[in-house]
Write a protein that binds this ligand. Structure first.
Ligand code: CO
Length: 212
């Protein structure tokens, strides 16, 4: 265990060397500030590293991760991240990225009492309830699981768009656009769910318009 722990610092020194070889000012540039184009909201799962799967470097993507990539109205952490990314960093794209084989979504489809996390995962049960007819019509359990993962991503896209920060910024600047993605652990592929941002925003604002 200690070996694994110590290795991290060796890795870090190696990583510094590699970056400085490519660009002697690598860290100097980064220290000056950040202006990423992307806010990425993803799952905390260790198998889904945000920058790597997008092929992006430090400075390119502002990242928020939690179990099952949820955007909860009362979560001061996620809401602060969205406000900061939209109003101050002026990101052009907000991405909600789920992943197949998500343990959080699997737990929300089961009946085990898991303690504190049950409250968090209830958001996913709420997504299931909203789409119960469509989900129950899918006979294969694994296909239903995958579809819930996708629907959860889309619901979290809606949750991002329910915020005044996003609605106001889009009205003024035509950004950010909100996107829903799913990452496939089995082959490394990033799938764009082709979320209809413009149409969805109009629909959301029939009820959630808070821009005035
Ligand atoms: Co997950």
């Amino acid at each position: 265990m200690n070996e694994t722990y110590r290795k991290v610092f060796e890795n870090n020194r190696e990583w510094i060397r590699t970056n400085l070889e490519k660009d002697p000012d690598f860290f100097k540039h980064l220290a000056k500030g950040q202006s990423p184009d992307f806010l990425y909201i993803g799952c905390a799962d260790s198998r889904v590293p945000a920058n790597e799967i997008m092929g992006l470097e430090p400075g390119d993507v502002f990242v928020h991760r939690n179990i099952a990539n949820l955007v909860v109205n009362t979560d001061m952490n996620a809401q602060s991240v969205i406000q900061y990314a939209v109003e101050h960093l002026k990101v052009k794209h907000v991405v909600v990225c789920g992943h197949y084989n998500c343990g959080g979504v699997a737990a929300a489809m089961g009946n085990s009492n898991l303690g504190l996390i049950d409250g968090w995962l209830r958001e996913i049960r709420d997504v299931y309830r909203t789409h119960a007819d469509a989900l129950n019509a899918i006979e294969d359990q694994h296909d239903r699981y995958n579809r819930l993962i996708e629907l959860n991503v889309l619901e979290q896209c809606f949750n991002v768009m329910k915020t005044a920060f996003v609605q106001k910024s889009y009205a003024a600047n035509q950004f950010p656009q909100v996107h829903g993605w799913v990452y496939d652990l089995a082959n490394g592929e990033l799938v764009d769910l082709d979320f209809d941002f413009e149409g969805s925003l109009k629909k959301i604002q029939e009820v959630y318009d808070i821009t005035k």
